[in-house]
Design a protein around this ligand. Structure first.
Ligand SMILES: Nc1ncnc2c1ncn2[C@@H]1O[C@H](COP(=O)(O)OP(=O)(O)O)[C@@H](O)[C@H]1O
Ligand SMILES: [Mg+2]
Length: 329
């Protein structure tokens, strides 16, 4: 089986690929022009137009395959050193169509209301028409299998990639990585929810941080609020957009340890465990894939019981830990 790895972007890869890494282009004058713009509180029309012209003149250099980092269902993201450029997907990626999908305005929108949440990096610093400039997260791997690779893969290849490249990394992350992420997700409140539909929206950085990219979703009654159940979905239930993970046979111990880390992180952060029926299904699914006979409803009831009966957070956490160990015996 051939797994395609893109060594020319900043996804961090397996040992063999790391020998010869290549990175996206750097255009120092554009980078410093963006720096200046981002740090400013106001700018004149003339200055705005100057930056827009500069971006237009470098567009061909930026939007080319060697700088491509990744894409979801909507956008393509290109490496430009300290920043990334996110543009709507064109029908024919990376060809002349890319240019056609770009629509530059004459105005630069600065991110007026940054959320200032460490684990959230989906906000554009600057937006010009439909071109968004964001902070570059740096080397990372997306959760699940990169969407751009999936169309070329069979389900078996997707699973092989999932376990080899992604799952081995996530399973080794320390509890503290999940704790920080859950704490930050808890801060993203109504009217926003995280976009948990595509696991690639969440990425793991080289320094073991979990970062959320992409736009936030507007809360709606179908998806419900942020919850630990949705973190289970991102980290272990979806192999890619619309591809579910299999039951964890070979990777059972890692999967159970991962399940435990996610639940403990959510409980520590005070994140809702389950918000609605969809979430209940996610919890049941995770328990089933981790091969326990405990049903989602019973699990939820037990955790809620522990939370109600104990005042001390420390004892609560110990009890939850022991309960999870017990169901995985
Ligand atoms: N700020 C960023 N820095 C570095 N890489 C990013 C950044 N934002 C997104 N990416 C990469 O691009 C991929 C797709 O980005 P995303 O914004 O989710 O696209 P879409 O809007 O189509 O879902 C991500 O999985 C990630 O690998
Ligand atoms: Mg996305």
């Amino acid at each position: 089986m051939k797994i395609f790895f893109n060594t020319q972007n900043n996804l961090y890869c397996t040992k063999t690929e790391a020998k010869n890494p290549t990175f996206g282009i750097r255009i120092p004058e554009l980078e410093s022009a963006v720096d200046t713009f981002v740090s400013r509180t106001s700018s004149t029309k003339k200055e705005e137009l100057k930056l827009i012209e500069m971006i237009k003149s470098f567009a061909e250099k930026i939007f080319q395959p060697k700088n491509f980092i990744g894409s979801g269902s909507q956008n393509e993201v290109y490496d430009m050193g300290k920043y990334v450029f996110r543009i709507p997907k064109s029908s024919e990626s990376l060809k002349s169509e890319t240019k056609k999908s770009i629509n530059y305005s004459e105005k630069i929108i600065k991110n007026a209301n940054p959320l200032n949440i460490d684990s959230y990096c989906g906000e554009s610093l600057l937006q010009i028409g439909n071109v968004k400039i964001l902070k570059n997260i740096g080397k990372h791997i997306p959760c699940g299998v990169p969407y751009a690779l999936c169309s070329k893969m069979t389900n078996d290849e997707i699973y092989a990639y999932y376990f080899k490249v992604y799952f081995s990394k996530i399973a080794k992350l320390p509890q503290s990585s999940f704790d920080k992420f859950a704490e930050d997700v808890e801060k993203i409140k109504y009217p926003y929810t995280i976009d948990f539909q595509n696991p690639n929206n969440t990425v793991i950085t080289k320094d073991k941080k979990i970062i959320l990219t992409d736009d936030l979703l507007q809360y709606n009654k179908y998806c419900g609020a942020n919850s630990t159940a949705k973190l289970l979905r991102i980290f272990m239930l979806d192999a890619s957009l619309n591809v579910y993970t299999p039951v964890f046979h070979e990777h059972l111990n890692e999967a159970r340890a991962l399940f435990k880390k996610i639940i403990l992180a959510g409980e520590k952060a005070g994140l809702t465990l389950s918000d609605g029926n969809e979430d209940k299904i996610l919890i049941s699914d995770a328990l089933y894939k981790c091969q326990t006979k405990v049903k989602g409803e019973d699990f939820l009831m037990k955790i809620s019981e522990i939370n109600k009966s104990e005042k001390s957070k420390k004892i609560k956490m110990q009890k939850i830990k022991s309960y999870i160990d017990e169901i995985f015996k």
